[in-house]
Design a protein. Sequence first.
Length: 385
Amino acid sequence: MQDFSFYNPTRIEFGAGKIASLSQLVPTNAKVLVLYGGESAKRNGTLDEVKHALGDRQVQLFGGIEPNPSFETLMEAVAIVREQDIEFLLAVGGGSVIDGTKFVAAAALHQGDAWDILLTGGQHIDAALPFGSVLTLPATGSEMNKGSVITRKSLQAKLPFMSELVFPQFSILDPVKTYTLPTRQIANGVVDAFMHVIEQYLTYPADAPVQDRFAEGLLQTLTEIGPKALANPEDYQTRASLMWTATLALNGLIGAGVPQDWATHMLGHELTALHGLDHAQTLAVILPEMLRQRKQAKLGKLVQYAERVWNIHEGSDDEKAEAAIERTRDFFESVGVKTRLSDYDLGAEHIDAIIDSLTQHGMTKLGEHGDITPEHCRQILLASL
């Protein structure tokens, strides 16, 4: 196990009706900006519930944050924060809204060009507004971590940043709020959470049995509850398990002290920025061939993954690894997320632009060993057609 520092200050309020706790969690005299996505937060009553819980506080609303939150939209929120002297932000939505709120929190106090926050990965964030979140879509884990990914539509660029100053002060997780989500969003959430675990687990053996067993337990849970969450939208216990699993998948716990990959994510970001695919769709497309192309470097953990997560015990190590890769693809397909570029009307003619964009963004040494080049990514995309 590697040495590590683990820090996570986010308070979690989990359960039905927990939105009422906003009355105690948000400072009494704060001027609050509530950020949200589409109209569903209004239609299903969540925004009204939030406003009621906030009581007599001065509250403004900012809607329209996209599924891949855009720099352009978020800068409109930054202008409101500055003009109205907003003191506290509240994200109401899924990971995109929370990611966007993290950016607004940092950009509102940033001196200079806010795009530099993304260009430097958050390295120069000196201050951020306090904020909390009300999670409505289990997927990204943004409700309990310090990371965010923002898209600048004008540049077709999707870039991440991280800072300990953008941990949410608190996050409210009410599984009931997931009942009315579209099937596609739940399926994406299952795949997204699964992939977050994979990126921190499927690297190389690091003598970290606690992290491995935690990760394997989360993966097994997702394979068990994913289909149930889709089949029975109002099964509280299943939706609760999905919500908590997605949070644990990326709150820093299972990644502490172990090598991490993230090559699939970085390549996936380019697919989203250029072609508008859902984040989870890009991950489902790229991962199987990413694992196949890197099978020898990952063989030790692939065999462990095959045996412990998929209960594959027959055959050689190579055969176990291959079987696990196919079981992973089958799982993504089973929850309705397609795994080929051709499923999204993308072909070989689109690959050059993806690789060019990857290179322009400096993503030329990816993976746990830093040895995944743009040419490797080209071969992975070709194999994913």
